[in-house]
Write a protein that binds this ligand. Sequence first.
Ligand code: GDP
Ligand code: MG
Length: 699
Amino acid sequence: MSKQINVALIGNPNTGKTSVFNALTGLNQKVGNYPGITVEKKQGICKLPRGVKAHIIDLPGTYSLNASSLDENVVIELLLNKNDKDFPDIAVVVTDVENLKRNLLLFTQIKDLEIPTVLVINMADRMGYKGISLDIDYLEEKLHTKIALISTRKNEGIDKLKDLITNFKDVSVSPCLDTTTIDPIYFGNLKKAFPNQLLYKLWLVITQDVNFGKTNRKEFDAVADFKTKSKGDLKRLQQKETIKRYQFINNALAKGQSIDLSRAKDLRIKLDRILTHKVWGYLIFGIILLTIFQAIYDWSSVPMDFIDGLFANLSEWTKNIMPEGAFTDLIAEGIIPGLGGIVIFIPQIAFLFLFIAVLEESGYMSRVVFLMDRIMRRFGLSGKSVVPLISGTACAIPAIMATRNIESWKERLITILVTPFTTCSARLPVYLIIIALVIPEGRFFGLSYQALTLMLLYLIGFGTAIVSAYILNKILKIRSKTFFVIEMPNYKLPLPKNVVLTVIEKTKSFVFGAGKIILAISIILWFLASYGPGEQFNNAETIVKTQYASQNLNEEDLQQKIASHKLEHSFIGIAGHAIEPAIRPLGYDWKIGIAIVSSFAAREVFVGTLATIYSVGNDDEATIKNRMAAEVNPILGGPLFNFASGISLLLFYAFAMQCMSTLAIVKKETNSWKWPTLQLVIMSAFAYIVALIAFQLLK
Ligand code: GDP
Ligand code: MG
């Protein structure tokens, strides 16, 4: 195998790194996390001429090598650690032609690490419109580099970039700034102490608190002496460094770039005025949110029904063609529905990310963040938390995946933790049947009590999310800097390629990440519901048949009675019985217990499970309702589902963390079991307490 060329894409946020990455790698990409932290790591392979391959990393956006966030640390740690397997043979610094001056600061820092560096000036398609012209030859000479002027939008210049990567050995490594000139005495001493080290690298080690691999750290131990210079002095040197860098950049751009302002007519200012307006801004955002929400809710219902039917048929078909037996059951009733339970989320995930990608790509998302930030910040959330919280009303899974663009880890974690409180669509069937049972039909100012209750439940969900965020913000001790610069990129038409790749990547990462856990738990739950110990389970058929021998039941009713008897004596049934003492104070019996245990798989299973226990057809809602209405509370007498137990159950479902798919995605997004476990325990305990209080007060 010939050696791959390691390429690192580096640049300020929004300069088009990911677009360049997509242009170079196409579908040959892999997204994961950096070990131990939740910063996204994108890698891909780019095929170059003569069978050479380049391994490309799309590093997180960073403004400079002075780290202020986890994301920026990733970049510094990679660039300072020659032993890292990803250490670049060539750094590609991506800049935006419209913000060249600011973007070049990072470029000069990387050059000074004496890593072969080429400069990509992206968005060349905007130059005419903005009246910008560049003297590339002049700039190449001044900046000691090779330049690829490209437009990923028009797909221009990519070949030139590939060429530069292929010939990485020819790229200059001469620095932009002589570090010593920042402060001759300080850096003179530093150089004397470490004659074999690169001066600028030492300077970063001193100022950046980077975490090196073990072997590497020793080399720099003695650097500690140089850190003792007072904090203020180091800051002053850093400021001096920045000034020197801008002098260098200005000098190069003075002749290398010319901007004809008269041609820079700008729509942007006008659009910004409306989109971030105190009234119109919110109104427009509200309408956009409603549309998104409607789309993930409504548009996905067609493909979701289709998927549902498809997997049901597949189960049926498997059962028919395979020999009867435990193995067939495992496949038809455990594995296929488990896979179905994963695939069914794909439409919602795809639609949500389609919208998000378009909003981000167009530059609108930054306006939303600007608009919402002030409000959300009070609750420890970010302006970007709005989208997950709202999309959570459809489903928590795509919503939690949508938190990935929140830069601050603390804000992101809080958003992940509180999103499951918003009322997702899986709670709806549970709410509807219980409301129909226990809330009277009257009206209040023309609004039906039942509709009001439903609305109240949505409000409770949202309110709890906000309040929990506020509390979490106070108690979570996580140091995580928020971006104080809100980037206002230019408005652009989204690049279809970027949008499509985002959708594919999110879907893939859900299916292969959380999917495994969902499948495993589905199979376990299936096993627990389909097997049981002892006589009652194993001989269910004979027992039920003898019991109803005199009643002349038709075949279908008989089968339902058998299914019900089996479920009662399956492991889940036993669990339902076992937790009865614990849930009796909430007003529930063991049948509801079974429904609660099994709706851990997914809340909407609640109705189906009750249907099986009451041995009625699954789709016959009227009959389930009648059966439920006729149930008698064994201890207190009177209907089991009355106002008190109904409200208690509604509140329980509003707060309990009963969705293994959500837990699976939280595990994936936070990279640890700690957070989903805490979520499960705390939310369920809270649900229990609230339901208990409600029942005891109302009964
Ligand atoms: P990153 O944050 O550096 O990864 O940047 P992205 O690749 O996400 O791009 C940021 C924005 O710039 C997106 O809206 C892109 O569609 C847009 N963009 C990327 N390349 C070009 C280009 O060549 N021309 C124009 N006009 N826009 C581009
Ligand atoms: Mg990017």
